[in-house]
Design a protein around this ligand. Structure first.
Ligand code: GLA
Length: 816
């Protein structure tokens, strides 16, 4: 709900308020963003549109509130700049502002930096007008959040457009706010237009050196910024830094993609905020290119947060009548710690970012050919893999890299999107038919943004690759990038992909992008416009993704960039899920997925069970652990099922069946990090839940463990059981000799035979209690193996072991 009273604007969601007003000078002063300022009753009155409740008394109260929130500076401070003779005591440096720029006294991090045709760079944007809209208007040039007009009026999203003008230079700045009350999200974006002034040269150009997406000022210092960093196959490590003075920056400077080095999602919190208690702000950008998030503070009084396109290396040129829009920033606030904020972000991503026919559908379990056989594929081997997958109950078969051109390694053929008939006689159609005849869906891998020097496409159009004429081009994974700033190259990508996607019954596409940018340049752009290259690339890419997802609405698209190198809300506006990391080691994956969970729901993260020893770490883990960790994302398998024993395949079948039963909860429920590698997901109606424990290191003589949940209904009676882990005789090594009459040699024939015959399973939990007991006190799990004693019901919990617990609400007769 967005309301306007006198000069003040209130953006209200269910549990948050955002307030600013127009100063007499025309500047927009930020007053507050955080926990709701009104009680539930006044919120309901506000959204009821019943103007009668606004009595003279209520107006008096509102006026008093705004006065009380407005800082009082009666004189200009020290050596600060007075804005004008008429507003002598107004120093922009010590006010919280909705947007700031250089040149008029605000010497802090700017929201906008322009160079005007006369070479000056002082901006003075003052309030002109506002519009409140009942519909969310999408951005014109970039993807943005949408609303399907909430179920109730209270949940209806609205938009506020504030127009500011710098009259001297004929520039107009629009600040666009949208409120998504149902998930406590406010978005912001901005648009600059060069209108021009009378008598000005018709060729005049305004250079936009930065245009941020959001700016939030706080009357406090010492906030903690949390950001997520890493590199290939090692994404999303959480890092915290408190800003007491100076600046804390999270940025992707020059990779040219949102990046594994620094994800655009960040949090601001009090240093004492924990997972479940305390104030926490979450910020993200609907953008896939280089980005910048900075928290700065001037040592006393205030802090400023900005986020938007990375200004380094960026400049955009506006002729008269032209505009430039910034990507949309997403903002969440919760008083219930990181977990509370994450749940708002998760709901928002699921309802207002991801879209299309797959948005609300349970995602299919899949088998991917990559770690099963890498480039070594052919129709026979793929069909055999699919058959084995089918036996395990897997629903979707994905052919990864290696099916096109003459691609037998990563050195060639990107750009040549026609099938290698030697590997796939009859092409994609024949293979897709064989897979669908098995009763499975068929999907494939593409990397459409790329080109190899060794490709027919490069031989025909060498100038289509991004490169600086006359200079050698540095490569990444042996490949170059297509210049997607050019419409004819975008058109080529669209038409070649349309051919691939309609060459058989294709239900799924993995869209990869395996290098970062170097040697940025487009031969189609004039020298002064080269600083627009990176942003134009993304405008081109979004056009391609938009066209293809519109043309193939039934295809499930999964984004990928050497794993999670472009995991962001821009991609998620088109593709509802993204491959989380090329690291499939479950222990590493648990940390990576926990990193994603702060800003992204599990349903957006592709997550696979792979072979052991793991191909990225050579770590050995058991199949149960691999399954349990992967089931908190969109579950897939990526190993050669044909090489597994019948016993292992039967186990996978059991896993897949189990997952199918619980994926509705896992993919659409409320997520809670429980600390220490544990987490759980609770269905929206709180009738079902799934919890997880990972044992990172194991010590003897620690037989007790308490599983303490979050999110269950305290008054509901639940029955908790577990996915029963598998054990084998071999797991006990030579210890088995303490029980057997004959000596069993490790890896000897007796052990091998006994291992095949004796089926062992782990403990079975069977605990019933109210949600209050599970949430507040925790329940005692079965005795863990601790070096002395063992029975069938012992919880064997070695380093790297995991458990999956499920909860079902009992009949309502048990309701307290
Ligand atoms: C990237 C992806 C992998 C796989 C390979 C294929 O590395 O992240 O999952 O698709 O490309 O070349």
């Amino acid at each position: 709900m967005i309301t306007f009273h006198k000069n003040a604007f209130l953006i209200q969601t269910r549990h948050t308020s955002y307030l600013f007003h127009v100063l007499p000078s025309g500047h927009l002063e930020h007053l507050y963003y955080g926990h709701t300022l009104s009680g539930v009753k006044s919120y309901e009155k506000i959204v009821s549109h019943d103007r009668n409740w606004i009595t003279a008394k209520a107006i008096e109260v509102m006026d008093a509130n705004i006065r009380a929130m407005t800082p009082v500076h009666s004189f200009a401070n020290g050596n600060m700049i007075s804005y004008s003779d008429d507003a002598e005591s107004l120093c922009l440096e010590n006010r919280c502002l909705e947007m700031s720029s250089f040149g008029k006294g605000d010497i802090r991090e700017p929201f906008i930096e322009l160079v005007y045709p006369d070479g000056s760079s002082t901006c003075d944007f003052l309030y002109d007008s506002y519009v409140i809209k009942d519909e969310i208007e999408p951005l014109e040039t970039l993807p943005s959040a949408y609303d399907e007009n909430g179920i109730s009026e209270a949940d209806h999203a609205q938009q506020l457009v504030m127009t500011l003008k710098d009259k001297k230079h004929g520039t107009v700045l629009e600040l666009i706010y949208s409120a998504f009350p149902d998930c406590d999200i406010i978005t912001r974006s901005s648009k600059i237009t060069f209108v021009g002034t009378e008598g000005q040269d018709e060729d005049a150009v305004v250079t936009v050196q930065r245009l941020m997406s959001t700016q939030v000022d706080f009357y406090r210092t010492g906030m903690r910024m949390t950001s997520f960093h890493g590199r290939w196959a090692d994404e999303m490590h959480r890092t915290d830094a408190v800003c007491d003075g100076g600046k804390v920056v999270n940025e992707e400077l020059a990779a040219g993609e949102s990046g594994s080095r620094s994800n655009p999602f960040v949090m601001l919190s009090n240093p004492e905020t924990t997972e479940n208690y305390g104030d926490c702000y979450g910020f993200n950008l609907v953008y896939s290119g280089d980005h910048y998030e900075a928290l700065s503070c001037n040592y006393v009084d205030s802090s400023r947060f900005v986020s938007g396109i990375q200004p380094t290396g960026f400049a955009w040129h506006l002729k008269k009548g032209e505009s430039f829009e910034s990507p949309q920033a997403v903002m969440a606030f919760s008083r219930n710690g990181f977990n509370g904020m994450s749940r708002h972000m998760h709901d928002f991503v699921r309802k207002h970012i991801t879209r299309g026919s797959w948005r609300d559908k349970e995602r299919p379990t899949l088998i991917n050919s990559w770690e099963a056989s890498y480039f070594n594929i052919n129709q026979n081997s793929l069909v055999n893999l699919a058959k084995a997958a089918k036996q395990c109950g897997i629903e979707l078969f994905v052919m990864d890299d290696g099916w096109f051109g003459h691609r037998n390694d990563d050195k060639s053929s990107l750009g040549d999107w026609y099938v290698n008939e030697k590997k796939l006689p009859g092409g994609i159609e024949a293979l897709a038919n064989k897979i669908t005849e098995l009763g499975m869906l068929f999907g494939l891998w593409v990397e459409p943004e790329m080109i190899n020097e060794d490709s027919d496409l490069y031989r025909a159009h060498p100038d289509w690759a991004v490169q600086i004429p006359g200079m050698h081009h540095s490569k990444g994974r042996n490949q170059m990038i297509l210049d997607l700033t050019r419409t004819e190259i975008q058109d080529y990508v669209i038409s070649s992909m349309k051919k691939v996607f309609s060459s058989g019954k294709v239900s799924y596409v993995k869209w990869d992008m395996n290098r970062i940018f170097s040697d940025r340049y487009s031969t189609a752009l004039s020298p002064e416009k080269q600083s627009e290259f990176m942003h134009r690339y993304y405008m081109g890419l979004y056009r391609i993704m938009g066209e293809l997802t519109k043309s193939f609405p039934e295809i499930l698209f999964e984004g990928c960039s050497s794993g999670g190198n472009r995991f962001d809300l821009g991609i998620l506006c088109y593709f509802p899920q993204i491959w989380g990391s090329d690291d499939t080691d479950p222990i590493c994956r648990q940390s990576i997925q926990t990193g994603y969970s702060y800003g992204y729901p599990g349903i957006t993260v592709g997550s696979h069970v792979s072979g052991s020893p793991n191909h990225q770490t050579l770590n050995v883990t058991n199949l149960d652990t691999r399954f349990i960790i992967a089931s908190f994302g969109c579950l897939g398998y990526e190993l050669n099922l044909c090489d597994l024993s019948d016993k292992e395949k039967a186990e996978i079948k059991e896993q897949v069946d189990f997952y199918k039963k619980w994926r509705g909860v896992l993919q659409f429920g409320d997520y809670y990090r429980l600390g220490d590698g544990r987490c759980m997901v609770v269905s929206k109606d709180k009738k079902k839940a799934v919890g997880m424990v990972l044992q990172r290191d194991r010590f003897p003589n620690r037989d007790m463990d308490i599983f303490k949940t979050k999110g269950l209904d305290n008054d509901t009676f639940y029955h908790m059981t577990n996915y029963v882990n598998k054990l084998s005789l071999k797991d006990f090594g030579s210890l088995i000799n303490t029980m057997t009459p004959v000596h069993v040699k490790e890896n000897g024939i007796v052990q091998k035979i006994a291992d095949k015959v004796v089926r062992m399973s782990g403990e079975k939990e069977d605990i019933s209690a109210t949600g209050g007991i599970f949430n507040e006190c925790g329940v005692h799990l079965k005795t863990a193996y601790g070096g002395t004693g063992y029975s069938e019901d012992t919880r064997v919990m070695r380093t790297g072991d995991a458990r999956l617990y499920v909860f079902e609400a009992m009949d309502s007769q048990y309701k307290i």
